[in-house]
Design a protein around this ligand. Structure first.
Ligand code: ATP
Length: 395
């Protein structure tokens, strides 16, 4: 079966965005209002040929609306959408969904229950010559690893198999672009992880450009070439998964992409003084000269810090929360400074609740940071102007 090919585990980490492909989709200052409610505002985005881009963000931030605007299921209030050099919305034009060459995979798969898997895949190929259509259907059944299930009805297929058939059906008419709306939300947790890798393989083998929507950051990071993090109807950052995780451009992005602790520090010469000791300035990403003497907040992920049981001379905090996660344990430590920091340890490490600990920064990569004077703006749930190194730092 094709799902033995775990592409995402053998691929090189995606450090750089592959923007070599032509731009096939462009949204320019797109806005969408429902009545008086502005749901999308001045959203701009370019998507390149053959890439998988995921729109990631919390519930209600406008992901599905953006997908529907691209599909032609909604019309923008302002702005322009170009697909393959054609204006499909804006400038007085609106191309309906069926003429956009876009395939959509819906959350609930939407297979026809009275048609077999083979008939479902063939559904959009009515106007193809029979021989060509049959060959295309068999090709797709093979691509999704279900060549022996063509005669099965949807209720005779597992959730993962139904998803493969839904994908095959959307890919059959050779769309320019595939749109996937929360494609894994109907699958149980184990299957979700397996299908992420399988869906990525199928999309890459089909060579189609794809845009997916999710609120699950792990899913976005694992299937995408680039992730666009959305907040309040706009995109806060779009970049390769590694960069949005390690070098977030706003506190919102930092916090949405996993556990994030912000540790305050003063920039003093070649180091940053914090409540858990000094961090070398060289270990902080792009901390320019102009920040000498400034207060900043370092972004620490739970695996960037370690807590050691310690006596009173060395201790700088106390464990206030412990969550066993199987392979790892997440500790929350309240520092003597009043700040709170989270640490991820191996499951075999045992630190008790309320134990005094010495927390140390043990990251083996440069840390991201945010100017402290942007703290209120960046931390506010609706902070559109969240601060970040690239907002203000000068190289
Ligand atoms: P979720 O992850 O919960 O699906 P989302 O990020 O996909 O959220 P959207 O479905 O795009 O969010 O909705 C964004 C906002 O627009 C929400 O406040 C929603 O209530 C509103 N909205 C969406 N469609 C309509 C509509 N047809 N009429 C009025 N309001 C709408």
């Amino acid at each position: 079966m094709a799902n033995g090919q775990l592409l995402t585990t053998t691929e090189e980490p995606r450090q750089e965005a592959d923007e070599s492909g032509d731009v096939v989709l462009e949204l320019e200052d797109v806005a969408k209002e429902f009545g008086n409610e502005a749901v999308i505002s001045e959203l701009s985005l370019s998507v390149h040929d053959g890439e998988i881009l995921t729109l990631l963000g919390p519930s209600g931030c406008g992901k599905t609306t953006t997908l529907r605007l691209i599909a032609g299921l909604e019309e923008p209030t302002h702005g322009r959408i170009r697909l393959q050099d054609d204006d499909v919305a804006g400038n007085g034009r609106f191309v309906p969904p069926e003429e956009r060459g876009v395939g959509v995979v819906f959350q609930e798969f939407a297979l026809f229950p009275h048609l077999t898997a083979r008939e479902n895949v063939a559904f959009g190929l009515d106007d193809w010559p029979a021989e060509k259509r049959d060959a295309r259907v068999e090709e797709l059944l093979e691509l999704v690893g279900l060549e022996s299930h063509g005669d099965h009805y949807p209720d005779e297929l597992s959730g993962g198999q139904q998803q493969r058939i839904a994908l095959a059906r959307s890919l059959a008419p050779e769309p320019e672009m595939l749109l996937l709306d929360e494609p894994f939300s109907n699958l149980d947790v184990d299957l979700r992880v397996e299908m992420r890798e399988e869906v990525r393989r199928i999309i890459k083998e089909a060579g189609v450009t794809a845009i997916s929507v999710t609120h699950d950051q792990e899913e976005a990071l694992s299937i995408s070439d680039r992730v666009a993090v959305m907040h309040d109807g706009n995109i806060e950052q779009v970049d390769v998964p590694e960069r949005v995780f390690q070098d977030p451009k706003s506190r919102f992005v930092a916090g949405f992409l996993g556990h994030a602790s912000f540790l305050s520090g003063s920039v003093e010469g070649d180091s940053v003084r914090t409540a858990v000791g000094r961090v070398l300035r060289d270990d902080v990403n792009g901390l320019a000269q102009q920040y000498d003497g400034s207060e900043i907040d370092l972004l620490l992920r739970p695996d960037d810090v370690t807590a050691y049981p310690a006596d009173e001379r060395e201790a700088n905090g106390r464990v206030v929360y412990r969550r066993y996660l199987g392979p790892t344990v997440l500790y929350r430590v309240e520092l003597d400074s009043g700040e709170t920091i989270e640490c991820m340890h191996n499951h075999s490490d045992r630190i008790d609740l309320d134990e005094r600990v010495a927390v140390r920064v043990t990251a083996d990569h440069e840390l991201a940071w945010f100017p402290a004077d942007h703290r209120d703006v960046g931390d506010a749930p609706d902070g559109a102007d969240a601060g970040g190194p690239t907002d203000t730092a000068v190289d």
